[in-house]
Design a protein around this ligand. Structure first.
Ligand code: P6P
Length: 335
């Protein structure tokens, strides 16, 4: 068990050799994400003030054009990753197409691509509810030095080499995995340093929390409806507790610590659900499996799904093994 209070920097260095591709580039990549997370955290934490201070017009306290925070977060992560010259391409929820990154020298030996949801749940900002950044990292499959192509991004989730999220909550945490378990680091804002606060995070096999937007209940498949009624029934260890923040990262984080299931099903009003496969479901599914949890679309393992489009959506069920497997029973009965 890694020693608590180790800094993220120390942890990266100590674990670099255990990473199968340890060339130091992945460490530099995680460090770049760490820097961008601190910058975005600073902006998110004063979001409410910007409106007050920028009341004189549509400019903020620095006199810059007031940007929507998710556009700001997108710019910060892209710029930080570009500057570090570690990745050859980036895909983002905020960008229609992927961004090819040419290094300063025309050799472009960078071998990773990053897919990000720069500020997931950003509509919660206006009501001061926590939001998050989600990232997914692959090795490119086209030859190093050649222009990055769409196939470098449309890889199955099982091919990820790392994934993680930043949760901008009551404290700011960076939670990530490079394939050897999940570790959580908490930012000390006074020092600007992330410290290992949650080593080896794991989903309890069982839980008592279910997270779903029950406002869509009437539109769900019968199997999902039956599972929700199962959660609510007075029997055995139920009824469970319903907790839904409306921010995937926050619901996932709480359920990983306490035990629970998060559901964003498909429905008659969202035929493939709402969440995006490449930069929401795949990274969270990678973390879930690294943390002894399960992530499916109700029938298939998320990490086995062959992507076809950059922004494709999939139904998403994720969390404690026994809870997701119980959902599968109800889905199978109504398939
Ligand atoms: P709804 C945020 O927009 C998000 O992508 C997830 O973070 C969150 O769990 C979900 O959508 C909320 O969607 O339709 O329930 O408001």
């Amino acid at each position: 068990m890694p020693k608590k209070n180790k800094t993220l920097g120390e942890f990266i260095i100590e674990n670099q050799s255990s990473f199968q591709y340890s060339s130091g580039e992945l460490s530099k990549l995680i460090n770049a994400i760490r820097l961008a997370a601190k910058v975005v955290n600073h902006e998110v934490n004063k979001a409410g003030l910007v409106d007050i201070l920028g009341a004189a017009g549509d400019t903020n306290i620095q006199g810059e054009d007031q940007q929507k925070l998710d556009v700001m977060a997108n710019d910060k992560f892209i710029q930080t990753l570009k500057n570090r010259e570690i990745v050859c391409g980036i895909a983002s929820e905020e960008e229609d197409d992927f961004i090819s990154i040419n290094s300063s020298d025309d050799r472009n030996q960078n071998k990773y691509v990053v897919l990000i949801d720069p500020l997931d749940g950003s509509s919660n900002i206006d009501v001061n509810v926590s939001v998050g950044t989600i990232f997914s990292i692959y090795r490119r499959i086209t030859p190093v030095g050649s222009p990055v192509e769409m196939k470098d991004f449309l890889q199955k989730g099982s091919e990820q080499v790392a994934a993680g999220y930043v949760v901008y909550g009551t404290s700011t945490m960076l939670v990530y995995s490079t394939g050897a378990g999940v570790n959580g680091f908490t930012l000390n804002p006074a020092l600007g340093t992330f410290y290992l606060s949650h080593p080896n995070m794991e989903f309890p096999e069982d839980g008592k929390i279910y997270s779903v937007n029950e406002g869509n209940y009437v539109h769900f498949l019968q199997g999902v409806k039956d599972y929700i009624k199962y959660c609510q029934k007075e029997e055995g260890d139920r009824p469970y507790t319903s907790r839904y923040i409306g921010s995937l990262v926050s619901d996932f984080h709480r359920n990983m610590i306490k035990g629970g299931i998060y559901m964003y099903p498909k429905s008659s009003i969202a035929e493939n659900g709402k969440l995006r496969l490449l930069y929401e479901c795949n990274p969270m599914a990678y973390l879930a499996e690294q943390a002894n949890g399960v992530a499916t679309d109700g029938f298939r393992r998320i990490l086995d799904i062959e992507p076809t489009e950059l922004h494709q959506r999939v139904p998403f069920f994720c969390g404690s093994k026994n809870m997701v497997n119980k959902l599968h029973e109800f889905m199978a009965k109504n398939a």
